[in-house]
Design a protein around this ligand. Sequence first.
Ligand SMILES: [Mg+2]
Ligand SMILES: [Zn+2]
Length: 196
Amino acid sequence: MSRGAVFVDRDGTLNALVADPASGKPESPLRDTDVELIPGAAPAIRSLTEAGWTVIGASNQPAAAKGRVSLAQLATVQARVVQLAAEEGARFADFRICLHHPNGVVEGLSGACECRKPKPGLLLEAARAHDIDLSASWMIGDTDADVLAGQAAGCRTVLLEHPASAHRRNADVTPTAAMPDLDAAVTWLLSRSLVD
Ligand SMILES: [Mg+2]
Ligand SMILES: [Zn+2]
């Protein structure tokens, strides 16, 4: 019988953003040594799984498509996020990543895709793989693209108002709720609803 899941974004939701060496803007970490979890994020994931929720990561990682780093380097960053989260008891049932970018320069990773948020492909694929009921599910992330992807997949959504990613929120979206961080979002979610 299918059940709900909580989909969570990665950068700005689980781990902190880091200043891009070129632009100075807060962006995804591109080296594993730059990965730092946001305080309270991993324990929040642990609380969700302890309450019976399936937790699935869903992240856009276009830096290899843009030719800035290798796929192998992106993989080391992802592994570090998962490792640090696991050290605090957080387990993901799955972690889906879009490696594409519409204006990328690397063959095979560039051009339109169905999985780059705000498209819902990552959530739809994960739902098929894990027999997830999307109408009983949530998407939590710190940008408008996260909310739009969640809504396009038929999920309820929580927008995290992470200060460093304010430039990726334009208030054109209407999430189910807005919260300061993942810790607050999960506390709210667990207080309002039992697992469907
Ligand atoms: Mg994010
Ligand atoms: Zn994609």
